[in-house]
Design a protein around this ligand. Structure first.
Ligand code: MN
Length: 245
């Protein structure tokens, strides 16, 4: 049993075989989407699966080019137990749409207020701004995916109750390792962010979270089964509360 808390199953050339592998290998996979219209299409393909959890998303870098997607997102939100990828991207790539991104993210956060869903969040170059919005709307147990901000802001995120999903690219980099060392074990999840994260020349697939949890077992000096158990305990805290809400 493994957990991939953030994977773009629909961005692989062969989404159906990726989803089938999750089922066969028992890799619980949060299949994020970049647009609510993609969530609608995906639901027809993976809606009935046990291990693949389709998430309703509106990626910050997709904001500004789309019409009617925010309305669609808000309409679909009541039926979605998993939400993502949402968030802000204030890196060079997202700088021109900062204003629209913030308006969209705030509207989504406002709609999430008082609900208890699994929410996976992009925060590149906008970590403080993301935390401001999460605090304003009291979002419960938010998951920061691929956190890459400063250690000072990381401390704030931990204090604010965030969880963190870690991927193969983070465990390879010095900066990522420094971040991981500062996160309490009870806040850690594993992810691939496939197909965007690569393992050598190929795209990371959900079962590649094994490498991340093996890294955690070494870091924590515990057996692999204990590291896997910790990750699932953390996941169940979020999802268990989600099923009540
Ligand atoms: Mn992603």
């Amino acid at each position: 049993m493994l957990l991939d808390a953030h994977c773009h199953v629909d961005r692989f050339p062969n989404p159906e075989s990726i989803a089938a592998a999750c089922e066969r290998q028992r890799v619980t996979t949060v299949a994020v989407t970049n647009l609510p219209s993609h969530f609608k299409v995906g639901n027809q393909h993976v809606g009935g699966l046990q291990y693949v959890k389709l998430a309703l998303g509106f990626h910050p870098l997709a904001v500004g080019k789309q019409h009617g997607e925010l309305e669609e997102f808000l309409r679909l939100l009541p039926v979605a137990a998993f939400v993502g990828e949402i968030g802000l991207d204030y890196s060079k790539e997202g700088a021109s749409t900062k204003r629209e991104q913030l308006a969209t993210f705030r509207a989504i956060a406002e709609a999430l207020m008082g609900t208890q869903k699994f929410v996976t969040i992009h925060s590149r170059g906008a970590e403080d701004a993301v935390l401001d919005v999460l605090a304003e709307f009291q979002i419960q147990n938010p998951v920061l995916h691929w956190y890459s901000g400063t250690l000072a802001v990381l401390e704030r995120a931990v204090e604010q109750g965030c969880f963190f999903s870690l991927n193969p690219a983070m465990i390879r980099s010095k900066k990522g390792q420094g971040i991981i060392a500062r996160i309490p074990r009870a806040r850690i999840l594993t992810e691939t962010d496939g197909p965007y994260v690569k393992i050598g020349s190929r795209s990371a697939e959900p079962s590649d979270v094994r490498g991340v949890v093996e890294f955690l077992a070494r870091e924590w000096n515990v057996p692999l089964s204990e590291a896997i158990g910790q990750v699932f305990e953390n996941f169940r805290i979020i999802v268990g509360e989600a099923t009540q809400g």
